[in-house]
Write a protein that binds this ligand. Sequence first.
Ligand code: 6PG
Length: 234
Amino acid sequence: MPQNKLNILHYPVQSWVANASAVIQNAIEECLLVNSVCNVMLTGGVTAKKIYQEWAIAKSLPLERIHFFFGDERCISPDDQNSNFFMVMSSLFSGGIIEVGSISRMEGELPDRALAASRYENLLPNHIDVLILGLGLDGHIASLFPGHSALEEELKLVVSVSQVGVMYDRISITPRLISQARKVFLLATGAEKGKVLAKALSPGCSNRDLPVCLTLDGTWLLDNEAYSQLLINK
Ligand code: 6PG
């Protein structure tokens, strides 16, 4: 994966949330300069939750012109506090759903996971304008875990994922959807995630070993603790 397009932005720990949320909001607003709506795909995770809470407080996102989608979901009820949908509703939409373009939820609760994945794929727009991804310490993004066959999927945009050692079955976007997204933002804070990213920058890194390598032509939004790990052994 070429690293020539990788854009790394880094900020002090204390101001990371404010800066990262502003960068992504700016991308959404740029999209809306030339489009009537912006298709934004959200991630789960506590890192992203901080961004969503910042947006909820600022109340400055043009929600009525944004169509929200999810990059992955756990196969549990949307009412379960461990679902990404629940997390987004309780952070970004903690003040209630007012004037939002649309929110398209992955039906993780369906017993037939493959059906849930295909139903979600069928409601996706032609492309995602802004894709937000978090980073797991094993290098996963969305629910694309190292070594999983979903990383080899070349046709589908959404698949079901079961992984030994991973809590819950999942529904997840595939590398093909990530490659088609107009703008990809990876959120990563802390030294441990910085060490994972340093590996992703090393020669010979493969998507299969470190799925975060799928974001090497996107924008990494790092705090300085994560960023400092990229400078070691540079
Ligand atoms: C999920 C997310 C997952 C998450 C990373 C980072 O369903 O958990 O989609 O990809 O973004 O695991 O999570 P943290 O921000 O909590 O470390």
